[in-house]
Design a protein around this ligand. Structure first.
Ligand code: GDP
Ligand code: IMO
Ligand code: MG
Length: 454
């Protein structure tokens, strides 16, 4: 038994899709537990590029079953389009995707509320993806949300939509200049989407737990990143779900003990899309170089990403809130161009050293990063496949990131393609485990895996 979570360690877009794709052939199931179409995971191999939004990246590996848990929010129209697009691109999705029927539905009115909140000057603008994520989680928590399972009954959907409108959300829509939707017509339209999605939906907690009991191995795919976590990120400049590894148990409806290890994905530098504090941001030529070399434009919205140096304080926070066992360092090749590479090792605030990430966004906004300047290597790394292929300065840089996060570097990604990676830890890649078992827990017994029937 070895079930591993891959989570973003920064502000999203760390290359989780690439790392999941790299690992997924060692697993039977890849499962997502939170978020929605706000995620944009890019995977490249054999000259093809895939952008995944709802569907876990593991779907791209033959034989792997993809699961979307109850903690996700789903836009049925976008999900159906994504399924169709993947099938057109030669990826079989039918029979390989299982979606929790308890996941909540994103309606067009959620997107309208999202846009209204973003454009309302009296509400803090987050620079959301405007895909209705926050409002969908809002209605879920207000207990007036519609779940996939509810779509089966037109009258249930109509009544829930009416309750949603009557609970004050209708008034918000009216104030934002939108005419109120006709609950009956919307219910009928989404009932039809539910009918088309029905073959994909079911009781995923039960199914997943049974498969794990049989010895199936699960890779848990995070979306967004630690600093966007609703509880532990740079609130309020966050998304509306639990992006940290601990969120996967409630999000998927499985016991927390099924998780054996957590890999945090970190870019070798930092990026952020949207508003919010970002201490190491470089609005300089160096920032431009990072953006252009890393092609830092959003997979979901196309927005240019804000770029800056690696932030060791934020990374340490990410390691703590996720309980990271190991890290994957991505976009490492982007740093090949630099003579010197600053790394933030501490914050200073009004003359004081701050050892940890402050909870107040206005303080994070004001801190001055203390940089350690490491020598660059000015040598192409995209062809490196073993750690020994890297220049000494590049290895020193990785060592510093490892010491700042307190985690072993398990993978270094040196390009967007599947094979452009260095697998650093022998233990990590041994036959029966992907990461070493935690101290005190028996090593996996190497139980033969029975392929889950779908
Ligand atoms: P995710 O949301 O965490 O899956 O990350 P995104 O897919 O949004 O953004 C990461 C981008 O970097 C994608 O375009 C990837 O193809 C690309 N990428 C991933 N790893 C590497 C790498 O090691 N080097 C380079 N140059 N690009 C990479
Ligand atoms: P992946 O999975 C980067 C950001 C948005 C905004 C904030 C809230 O590709 O890493 P939301 O639409 O979720 O309410 O927006 O979160 N954000 C992301 N940034 N990568 C993502 O996903 C993101 N998903 C949301 O830009 O600042
Ligand atoms: Mg992304």
């Amino acid at each position: 038994m070895s079930n591993i979570a891959v989570v973003g360690g920064q502000w999203g877009d760390e290359g989780k899709g690439k790392i999941v794709d790299l690992l997924a052939d060692k697993f039977d199931i890849v499962a997502r537990w939170q978020g929605g179409p706000n995620a944009g995971h890019t995977v490249r191999f054999e000259g093809k590029v895939f952008a995944l939004h709802h569907i876990p990246s593991g779907i791209l590996r033959e034989g792997v079953i993809a699961v979307i848990g109850s903690g996700a929010v789903l836009d049925p129209v976008a999900l159906l389009q994504e399924i169709e697009k993947l099938e057109q691109e030669g990826i079989k999705v039918r029979g390989r995707l299982r979606v929790s029927h308890r996941a909540h539905v994103i309606f067009p009115l959620h997107r309208e509320l999202d846009r209204w909140a973003e454009e309302n000057p009296s509400i803090v603008s987050l620079g959301t993806t405007r895909l209705g994520i926050g409002p969908a989680y809002m209605t879920k928590m207000a207990r007036v949300g519609v779940r996939l399972v509810d779509l089966g009954e037109v009258e249930t959907v109509r009544a829930k939509l009416q309750a949603f409108l009557d609970a004050g959300f209708g008034e918000l829509l009216r104030r934002s200049g939108h005419s109120l939707p006709d609950a009956q017509a919307l219910a009928e339209e989404y009932h039809e989407h539910g009918r088309v999605l029905a073959p994909f939906t079911g009781d995923t907690p039960l199914w997943l737990t049974e498969r794990m009991k049989e010895g199936a191995r699960v890779l848990f795919e995070g979306a967004q990143g630690a600093m966007l976590d609703v509880d532990h990120g740079t609130y309020p400049f966050v998304t509306s779900s639990s992006t940290v590894a601990g969120g996967l148990a409630p999000g998927l409806g499985i016991g927390p003990r099924w998780l054996d290890g957590v890999i945090g994905v970190f870019k070798a530098y930092s990026t952020r899309v949207g508003a919010g504090p970002f201490p190491t941001e470089q609005r300089t030529e160096a920032g431009e170089i990072l953006r252009e070399r890393g092609r830092e434009y959003g997979t979901t919205t196309g927005r240019p990403r804000r770029c800056g140096w690696f932030d060791g304080v934020a990374a340490r926070h990410a390691a703590t809130i996720n309980g990271l066992d190991a890290i994957a360092v991505t976009l490492f090749d982007v740093l090949d161009a630099f003579e010197e590479i600053p790394v933030c090792v501490a914050y200073r605030y009004r003359g004081m050293d701050l050892p940890d990430l402050p909870a107040e966004p206005w303080v994070i906004d004001e801190v001055e990063p203390t940089y350690e300047v490491l020598p660059g290597w000015r040598h192409p790394t995209s062809g490196a496949r073993r750690i020994g292929d890297l220049p000494a300065a590049a290895r020193r840089y990785l060592d510093r990131i490892s010491s700042l996060t307190g985690c072993e570097v398990a993978i270094v990604s040196v390009g967007g393609d599947r094979e452009q990676a260095i697998l650093c830890s022998d233990r990590l890649w041994s036959a029966n485990m992907v990461v070493p078992a935690r101290a005190g827990r028996a090593a996996p017994a190497g139980t033969p895996v029975r392929r889950a029937d779908t």
